[in-house]
Design a protein around this ligand. Structure first.
Ligand SMILES: Cc1ncc(COP(=O)(O)O)c(C=O)c1O
Length: 368
């Protein structure tokens, strides 16, 4: 529909062959291909444990259950994010406490976070939005000071790093999305990483109907109530042939983003987001800030370029009102700024310089 789409999934002949091999094997449920995908993600992140699940959303819920969150607890989340970050807190019966973001990095405002802590606060779900890594020096200091957990919503951030450590290795638990807009896709799906063997064992059991881990089928014991959040061999096969190339894909993405940054640096009416100091961005989304964002976005679309909003400001939606089930804490000015001004530009594997030039020219003609 658009000459230049926002994103194109990276589906090669190798991906097709791998999927066909799974189909031919007849082994379509979770199995050895899923495990290989999990091992690849764990290795990439530098952690011991990874679980493939049905989505980032179910992975976050799994994380909260493993961390023992439930009724009576509060969990702090940023306002500028996809609703899943907060809805999982409600799903486990706790109260999401929504705080503002820094309008330049679009990441959780650590001062606002600390101001929202009460004696009911169990932890935080910070979001490495668009692939911009979180400031783990600050988050870990807050974690220690207040004895909190950190469950990272790293939906967009596979491949980013902070001070040399990969996203997925900082938090108690981190969760990636493999939705087609994300860096490595399985169609729908997610992966959960942790260094903690006990959290991993709980999550493994919970996503397998509550089965005790490491038991033969004959001796199966269901030691807790659980559910089915498994990723099939079929979907894992799609991700596996992409993550095998993650070094190359990330290098390409970074050079495309650097080119956008250079071309857009002096364009009147366009300002660039701030990368976390000490961090390396993975550029799942490349966004800029413009005035009259909606008009600019509509005009770019008319020219065949699929520009998009960044994400949502939760407090602006009826489901996330300050109503007892959800708590809104402090001003939401940073989030509102990002919501009204952020414009995501096309960026995908194989995007040509000519395509980028066309995006930049269109934006420059509209933003001034
Ligand atoms: C920040 C964030 N968290 C969670 C999600 C949900 O991911 P999934 O679709 O894999 O459940 C998204 C999806 O876009 C997201 O951007």
């Amino acid at each position: 529909m658009y000459d230049i789409p926002l994103i194109k999934p990276f589906i090669t002949d190798k991906v097709r062959e791998r999927v066909l091999a799974v189909l031919d094997s007849g082994y379509l449920t979770e199995g050895p291909v899923t495990r290989e995908f999990e091992e690849r993600v764990a290795h990439w992140c530098g952690v011991d444990h990874c679980l493939a699940v049905t989505s980032c959303t179910t992975g976050l819920e799994l994380g909260l259950r493993a961390l023992g969150v439930g009724p009576g607890d509060e969990v702090i989340v940023p306002d500028y994010t996809y609703p899943a970050t907060a809805s999982v807190v409600s799903i486990v019966g706790a109260v999401p406490v929504i705080v503002d973001v820094d309008p330049q990095t679009m990441l959780i405002d650590c001062d606002a976070l600390e101001a929202a802590i009460t004696d009911r606060t169990r932890g935080v779900i910070p979001v490495s939005l668009f692939g911009n890594p979180l400031d783990w020096d600050r988050l870990n200091a807050i974690k220690e000071r207040h004895s909190l957990f950190m469950l990272e919503d790293a939906a967009c951030a596979l491949g980013s790093s902070y001070k040399g450590m990969m996203t997925g290795s900082h938090a108690d638990i981190a969760v990636f999305s493999h939705h087609p807009r994300k860096f490595i896709t399985t169609g729908e799906g997610g992966t959960v990483t942790t260094r903690d063997g006990e959290l991993h064992a709980f999550m493994h059991s919970y996503k397998h109907f509550g089965m005790e881990t490491g038991q033969s089928r004959a001796g199966t014991q269901f030691s807790r109530i659980g559910t089915n959040y498994k990723m099939s061999n079929l979907l894992a096969a799609v991700g596996l042939e992409q993550i095998a190339l993650i070094h190359e894909l990330l290098a390409e993405r970074r050079s495309q983003a650097d080119r956008y940054l250079a071309l857009l640096a002096d364009v009147p009416g366009v300002s660039l987001p701030k990368i976390t100091e000490g961090g390396e961005h993975s550029w799942q989304t490349f966004s800029v800030f413009v005035e009259n964002r909606d008009a600019v976005m509509a005009a770019m679309r008319e020219q065949g370029i699929e520009a998009q909003i960044g994400t949502y400001s939760l407090h602006m939606h009826p489901a996330y009102g300050d109503n007892g089930a959800v708590r809104i804490h402090g001003s939401m000015d940073g989030s509102r700024y990002a919501f009204e001004h952020a414009l995501a530009l096309p960026l995908y594997h194989g995007m040509t310089e000519a395509e980028q030039d066309r995006v930049v020219a269109a934006l420059a003609g509209l933003a001034a």
